[in-house]
Write a protein that binds this ligand. Structure first.
Ligand code: UD1
Ligand code: UDP
Length: 358
């Protein structure tokens, strides 16, 4: 089987690492990096650490408006898909790199497979919601992390090609976690007790009031807040003149590598985040999560009592973080860490070397 994988942003490297490893022995994988993320701490570190193969194509698209970024990716991807004639194009998650790959594959001959299908926030103001819906509705094969996502697809009329695989991020996490126990990390020391925060969602960074309210909440906590900030957030802090306040309210640090980040999640008393992936990682690592959004795609974590949605209201954030302790018994929500094996087996059965499902 000849697979063409499209990646481009930080969470996609974490997801693709698991599947890529399973493809290595028996299949051909052409890895395309769109270049959506390009700073070493958002891209190269993951390839090194997660033993991802060097991309066969680095498109170098970089940052731009949604339309320009997506369109430039599509132009390059169309050429590569034509030249490589893969049996299947594999896309991950909900970024602009995902939807660019999906739109190209949907109008070419290879099958399109979407890993992390069926997730919905029902908030159309999120670019990710647009990306994931379009991608799902273009896909031949849809791999969902759990049953809820499968039901969501069914409600939207997508019943063909859906396979509940489990979450590939759990695979990567389990694999790296065991190697971490004895690892000493470079970089700034963290206190014994801390809250770990990440913020990068457009809604929280493109609005001064929301970012300020989040910082105000962090400033009120008695526990220090370790804050590895996405470059988008650092740019917003500078634009709004909030950098000094952020430094006073938190231990503001650069993004850290995956192993370091996972260790920080595991050691935190609570995670405060607007990330999608980090909500799940907190759950897997038994750390309660406070989500700095009004909606989530990962509704099961909220229903299970491990995740609290608080938006960007200072008081609500402070109250939720203070209250975030002793979550209830933990159900298995997103598989058992063998999603990538299941995905590759299913691809072999459905696509094999026979080419298009379209
Ligand atoms: C993107 C995804 C988001 C995902 C996130 C993961 C879309 C629409 N958004 O958001 O779903 O959760 O990645 O982290 O696809 N920048 C840098 N260096 C980089 C990359 C970005 O400085 O290597 C800065 C630039 O100022 C850029 C801004 O971050 O304009 C936003 O980057 P972009 O890739 O457009 O979106 P993210 O916020 O990273
Ligand atoms: N992550 C990391 N270092 C950091 C912050 C996050 O390695 O400093 C990892 C995290 O473990 C998770 C992924 O990046 O696997 C999540 O990416 P992000 O929050 O940027 O995107 P989202 O999941 O919201 O799309």
């Amino acid at each position: 089987m000849n697979v063409l994988s499209v990646v481009g942003a930080r969470p996609q490297f974490v997801k693709a690492a698991a599947v890529s490893q399973q493809l290595q022995d028996d299949h051909e994988e052409v890895m395309v990096h769109t270049g959506q993320h390009y700073d070493p701490e958002l891209s190269a570190v993951f390839f090194d650490e997660l033993a991802l193969p060097e991309p066969d194509f680095q498109l170098g698209i970089g940052s731009a408006s949604h339309a320009r970024q997506t369109a430039e990716m599509m132009i390059e991807l169309e050429r590569i898909v034509d030249d490589e004639s893969p049996d299947v194009v594999l896309v991950y998650g909900d970024t602009n790199s995902t939807v660019a790959g999906a739109l190209v594959a949907a109008k070419s001959s290879p099958a399109l497979a979407h890993v992390e299908a069926g997730l919905r926030s029902h908030d159309w103001s999120m670019p990710e919601e647009v990306n994931r819906r379009i991608t799902d509705h273009c896909s031949d094969l849809l791999f969902t992390p759990g049953d809820h996502a499968k039901d969501t697809l069914e409600q939207e009329g997508i019943t063909e090609g859906v396979f509940v695989s489990g979450d590939v991020m759990y695979d990567t996490l389990l694999q790296i976690r065991d190697q971490l126990r004895a690892t000493e990390f470079d970089g700034p020391a963290v206190p014994d007790e801390y809250v770990l925060a990440t913020v990068h969602r457009a809604k929280n960074t493109d609005t001064r009031d929301r970012l300020e309210a989040i910082l105000d909440a962090f400033a009120q906590l008695s526990v220090p807040v370790v804050f590895p900030a996405h470059p988008r957030t650092v740019a917003a802090l500078d634009e709004y003149g909030l950098r000094e306040r952020a430094m006073a309210a938190t231990r503001l640090i650069d993004p850290v590598n995956y192993g370091r980040f996972i260790t920080l999640v595991e050691g935190a008393t609570c995670v405060a985040t607007d990330s999608g992936g980090v909500q799940k990682e907190a759950f897997y690592l038994d750390t309660p999560c406070v989500t700095l959004r009004e909606t989530t795609e990962w509704v099961e974590t909220v229903d299970a009592g491990w995740n609290t949605l608080v938006g960007a209201e200072t008081e609500q954030i402070v109250d939720a973080i203070r209250a975030a302790a002793d979550p209830p018994a933990k159900p298995d929500l997103y598989g058992s860490g063998n999603a990538a094996v299941r995905i590759v087996r299913h691809l072999e059965q459905q696509v094999g070397d026979s080419g298009s499902q379209n």
